[in-house]
Design a protein around this ligand. Sequence first.
Ligand code: SF4
Ligand code: SF4
Length: 94
Amino acid sequence: MVMTTHEEKMRTVRFKVDDKPHIVVDPQKCRTCAVKACVFVCPANLFVPLDDGSVLFNYEQCFECGTCYLVCSKEGALTWTYPTGGFGVTFRES
Ligand code: SF4
Ligand code: SF4
């Protein structure tokens, strides 16, 4: 069986970043979120918990899997859409 590292997989992924974020997180709502599931489930590690209880989020290297939206338990904390056509992630053959 051929093993592939995370770094090798990432070399097969390209991002065309839109100026407009396709995911918006409201840090005020995150402050009262006890579980912070997004931090643990995002396969790209794009959510970083901060000392004040909020989370730092960067949309640029998002895989568009939708998992953060599914697990977020606070209404209105996370707004999720697909990027504008032509932008976002592209998965290529390795
Ligand atoms: S799960 Fe939702 S409310 Fe909780 S930290 Fe993540 S984005 Fe914020
Ligand atoms: S859609 Fe997937 S990759 Fe993008 S931020 Fe949410 S969990 Fe992470």
